[in-house]
Design a protein around this ligand. Structure first.
Ligand SMILES: [Zn+2]
Length: 131
């Protein structure tokens, strides 16, 4: 009986904590959208330079190297942001195929990679300690 009520408390505490997570989740989603649109912009700049070059107009080809480097950096940022988003959503990234899967999953639903169980136990302890 006692365990039953403590479980309810745990669930309730988790729900309260969630509201802070939702704010962070929203911010993160906005940041991801920003990064994605920045990447799109860089690709457009690249496209314009190559378009001009193809048309025989004066194109600043030296600039393309910079832009490509910036795109690579932005993609790294995006990867980190998406990994964080996955962890906030209680998901994890499969080390084998990079798809995001449920934190509690024992196998990757995409490639079948097996995960260790103790990872989940650790997570559970962290949650109850934060109380
Ligand atoms: Zn996988």
């Amino acid at each position: 009986m006692d365990k039953f009520f403590s479980d309810i408390k745990k669930t309730f505490g988790g729900a309260v904590k969630k509201s802070g997570e939702v704010v962070e989740l929203t911010k993160l989603k906005l940041a991801i959208a920003d990064t994605k649109s920045e990447i799109k912009l860089k690709f457009r700049q690249l496209g314009e330079i190559f378009y001009k070059e193809q048309k025989g107009e004066s194109a600043d080809l030296a600039q393309t190297e910079d832009i490509i480097m910036q795109i690579d950096e932005l993609k790294e940022v995006l990867d980190a942001q998406e990994a964080k988003l996955a962890s906030l959503k209680k998901q994890k990234i499969c080390p084998n195929c990079n798809s995001s899967i449920d934190e509690e999953a024992k196998f990757c639903s995409r490639c079948g990679e097996k995960f260790e169980d103790d990872e989940f136990d650790e997570e559970y302890e962290v949650v109850s300690d934060e109380e």
